[in-house]
Design a protein. Structure first.
Length: 179
């Protein structure tokens, strides 16, 4: 039986760390003519624009115009790397919830503590998020009453806390369904 394309891609790099390493290599390759910070920011924005355009056609033209204004800064060999970057990011995320972009940002040393940028490591976020739902009684009550919960994330980092809360919520909802 032939392996799926996804399975083959996943075995080429055997861990999320390998995919992050590949993503970092590609980002660095595009930073010979551009500042690494700009390459990272452009990659994130173009990925967000492309994903948004796949689900929200009402604003497609405006987003596409923005995408094209970013991509025109790059030479063809550099442009070719951006889909590879997105593939590496996607494959790293296939292993489960994690703050892949935050880790890449940190590994590239793009943060700036003199500007007050301090990022909470994902394992700490997971620990904090796991404490939010306790035995699940309050969660069950809120879901029964409203059908949803809200989350207030006071920081504006890479989203590690929101990702960790989503993971903890998923785990708790599964546990509640089993009981």
């Amino acid at each position: 039986m032939a392996k799926s394309r996804h399975a083959n891609a996943k075995t080429e790099s055997s861990s999320p760390a390998e995919h992050r390493k590949n993503l970092i290599r590609l980002l660095n390759a595009n930073s010979h003519r551009h500042h690494l910070w700009d390459v990272f920011a452009d990659f994130c924005e173009m990925g967000a624009l492309a994903m948004s355009n796949s689900v929200d056609l009402a604003q497609r033209n405006e987003r596409e115009k923005r995408y094209m204004s970013i991509i025109k800064k790059y030479e063809p060999s550099e442009v070719h790397r951006f889909p590879q970057m997105l593939a590496e990011l996607t494959m790293a995320m296939e292993y489960g919830p994690d703050d892949v972009l935050g880790q890449v940002f940190g590994e590239l040393e793009l943060g700036n503590s003199s500007r007050g940028q301090f990022f909470t490591p994902y394992p700490v976020c997971k620990l904090m998020a796991s404490q939010l739902f306790g035995d699940g009684a309050d969660l069950r009550k809120r879901l029964d009453e409203r059908g949803f919960i809200t989350v207030n994330e006071p920081a504006s980092g890479a989203g590690a806390m929101v990702i960790a809360i989503a993971e903890a919520l998923g785990d708790k909802v599964l546990a509640l369904m089993e009981n």
